[in-house]
Design a protein around this ligand. Structure first.
Ligand SMILES: NC(=O)c1ccc[n+]([C@@H]2O[C@H](COP(=O)([O-])OP(=O)(O)OC[C@H]3O[C@@H](n4cnc5c(N)ncnc54)[C@H](O)[C@@H]3O)[C@@H](O)[C@H]2O)c1
Ligand SMILES: O=C(O)C[C@@H](O)C(=O)O
Ligand SMILES: [K+]
Ligand SMILES: [Mn+2]
Length: 352
């Protein structure tokens, strides 16, 4: 019996609604498989935890998480209670950095049965490799003076190691896919880091001569995600550019509530973390209507990471089948609740 020990952090808002649903689905898959099991260890780290303890997670939180095979997280953020930069950096970004989850992979693809807002959605199937540990996300800088003299300085950090690591990951992924990598740049406007980014890309691509490449400024690329997503295979992007592109990826599929993600530790020192692209969605929290598909597809990425690809494929097939029948939440044009979607999916998994 293969056992996977998973740290579960539902977090805030709809994270608390969709994570339990995804766990039910994973339990069903374990039963179907017969040879694997999950042991869930929940952690209440969140904005509620912050209100009680003055921090998002305990000081030894990272050490605690080290003992698991993976971390399964919902979403972080409740801006009415804790400023977003405090909650994000106190939990999500803290884990990404401390646990050296330097790559964030985020697929988007045309999904049967989903109503894409694109008038003519071609059969797109792309994956964004987002640099996840540096770039525009940096605590280097500060604020000085007050009022009209106030100054805010925010430095971006681009290391050769981190940049090359993201790019090599993208090229190796492309070798297993359709053999194309697009670089997201902005070297016309950002005069130091982005010409550097382009230079590293030009060097790295020489090692993957069979992979085709393209490079677009992020503004044009964002527009191409809308106007012709089908031309892309793998896209490599800095932390911020990747963040923005992947919300667009969700939107063109039909809803950001569907988009999955995996924060990958590539050096094997720490577990990886699985959490969907979307946030805590305070505007719909508590109504029971959050789309669980992003969290459930994220569970599929965790199964793939464990090498349980067949089980992951079974889950994806069942998801497509349920959505195709119109059992879906309001954000993608249906009327089902979070729980109704999950229940239908579980029935489908058992019957397929
Ligand atoms: N990875 C994360 O944990 C993460 C990601 C993004 C935002 N956040 C945080 O979440 C909070 C809200 O941020 P935001 O509003 O910018 O982004 P968001 O992703 O939470 O919501 C954006 C929009 O998408 C909708 N949406 C998101 N997920 C959905 C789902 N599963 N089903 C149906 N609709 C869904 C929301 O209702 C909202 O209208 C903030 O505190 C922010 O910092 C956290
Ligand atoms: O900015 C972030 O990385 C948080 C969130 O928007 C995400 O995409 O995970
Ligand atoms: K999330
Ligand atoms: Mn984001």
């Amino acid at each position: 019996m293969q056992k996977y020990e998973i740290a579960v952090i539902p977090g805030d808002g709809i994270g608390k609604e969709v994570v339990p649903e995804a766990l039910k689905v994973l339990e069903t898959l374990a039963d179907i498989h017969g040879g694997l099991s999950f042991e869930w260890t929940p952690f209440p780290w969140s904005c509620d935890y912050y209100v009680q303890h003055g921090k998002m997670m305990p000081d030894d939180g990272i050490q605690t998480l080290q003992n698991f095979n993976a971390i399964f997280l919902g979403a972080v953020g409740n801006p009415q209670v804790v400023p977003d930069h405090i909650s994000l950096w106190g939990l999500l970004i803290n884990i990404r950095r401390e646990m050296e989850q330097s790559i964030n992979i985020r697929p988007a693809r045309y999904f049967k049965g989903l109503q894409s807002p694109l008038v003519n959605p071609k059969d797109f199937d792309l994956i964004v490799v987002r640099e996840n540990s540096e770039g525009e996300y940096s605590e280097v800088g500060g604020r000085i003076h007050k009022n009209e003299d106030e100054i805010a300085i925010q430095n971006a950090i681009f290391t050769r190691k981190g940049t090359e690591r993201a790019m090599r990951y993208a090229f190796e992924l492309a070798q297993k896919r359709r053999g194309h990598v697009t670089s997201a740049t902005k070297s016309n406007g950002i005069v130091h880091s982005m010409p550097f980014w382009d230079g590293v890309f030009d060097e790295v691509k020489k090692d993957y001569s069979e992979v085709e490449t393209a490079s677009y400024h992020i503004d044009a690329l964002a527009a191409f995600f809308v106007s012709r997503p089908q031309v892309f295979d793998v896209i490599v992007a800095s932390n911020l550019f990747g963040d923005i592109l992947t919300d667009i990826g969700g939107a063109i599929m039909g809803s950001i509530g569907i988009a999955p993600a995996a924060n990958i530790n590539v050096n094997g020192k720490y577990p990886s973390m699985f959490e969907p692209v979307h946030g805590s969605a305070p505007d719909i929290y508590g109504k029971g209507i959050a789309n669980p598909v992003g969290q459930i597809w994220t569970a599929k990425m965790m199964l793939d990471h464990f090498g349980e690809e067949e089980l992951g494929q079974h889950l994806l097939d069942a998801m497509e089948s349920v959505i195709g029948e119109g059992i879906k939440t309001v954000d993608i044009g249906g009327a089902a609740t979070t729980k109704e979607v999950t229940e239908a999916l579980i029935q489908r998994l058992k019957s397929l």
